[in-house]
Design a protein around this ligand. Structure first.
Ligand code: PAF
Length: 279
């Protein structure tokens, strides 16, 4: 496995390269992305993982400082998973002090995480475009847990004619249903025990939707199931899965809808979502 920290050391791929962009602290959810990438690259292709805690997508300095960075463990997991190339640059190698250009998304980022984390998706789009330019993959793999991120990156490659195929992998969960996330390790044992209620409540909405056709009623029922003395709901929204715009009353039960939430446990913010099929 080759490890690069300096962008200048990278060379264009001489075989089919598939990239898994990550911020490290790799868990089984990332490994599902890595397996999908290997499948897409083929045995003769090149499987690349980037590990970079991207400072410009953090809106809270405390969250950036507390983000786990177990680089040696991550490299070991990559080796075991058969990764061919890791790109793990330091922040100052990616961003010059006088940089003045970034990507700005103006529609899909207005709701959900984008509404409560100003600038977050511009930071994600900017770094993903830079990673695509530096590593020149033919395809890149993202998780459906970050549904809005996935939708925005699909829009990024469509609108800017970026020749990278975007592949999606369903959310990987712990045995109790909690969506895997690098942030889970920052939960206290009590918070960790409480957090699976997020997925339980979102999943229950699939059967609640037919009896709660008004979005406000459905959202109130789900919110009541998510809330506990240990958490604070940042947002809970029912949106169109393509436009990410809120589903307004009366709900059209013939259309799928996406139920998405972000929930704080102390300083730790967890996201999850559930696609609701047409009723
Ligand atoms: O999903 C993530 O881990 C990050 O947002 C990404 C795509 C690696 C960009 O920093």
């Amino acid at each position: 496995m080759q490890v690069f920290t300096d962008p200048a050391g990278l060379s264009g791929p001489d075989r089919r390269r598939v990239l898994v962009p990550t911020m490290g602290a790799l868990h089984d959810g990332h490994l599902a992305l890595v397996r999908r990438a290997r499948e897409a690259a083929g045995p003769a292709g090149e499987l690349a993982v980037s590990i970079f805690v991207n400072p410009i997508q953090f809106d809270r300095p405390g969250d950036l400082a507390a983000y786990p960075r177990p680089l040696e463990d991550d490299l070991e997991r990559c080796r075991e998973a058969g990764v061919d190339l890791v790109f793990a640059p330091p922040a100052d190698a990616m961003y010059l002090p006088d940089r003045s250009i970034h990507v700005h998304e103006t529609s899909l980022s207005r709701t959900l995480c984008g509404a409560t984390r100003p600038g977050h998706f511009d930071g994600v789009c900017t770094v993903v475009l830079k990673l695509f330019n530096l590593l020149r993959p033919v395809a890149a793999v993202f998780g459906e847990k970050d549904y809005q991120q996935l939708a925005i990156i699909r829009r990024l490659v469509r609108d800017l004619d970026v020749p990278v195929e975007i592949l999606a992998v369903p959310t990987v969960r712990e045995d109790d249903g909690l969506a895997m996330s690098s942030r889970n390790q920052r939960l206290s044992p009590e918070q960790r025990g409480d957090a699976p209620r997020i997925h339980r409540a979102l999943a229950a909405a699939v059967s609640l939707r037919p009896t709660h056709p008004a979005p406000a009623d459905l959202l109130a029922a789900v919110r009541a199931d998510i809330e506990s003395p240990l958490n604070r709901v940042d947002y809970l929204e029912l949106v169109d899965p393509e436009t990410l715009q809120p589903v307004v009353s009366p709900d059209n039960p013939d259309r799928p809808a996406l139920l998405a939430s972000a929930v704080f446990y102390g300083e730790v913010r967890l996201i999850d979502n559930q696609l609701l099929p047409p009723a």
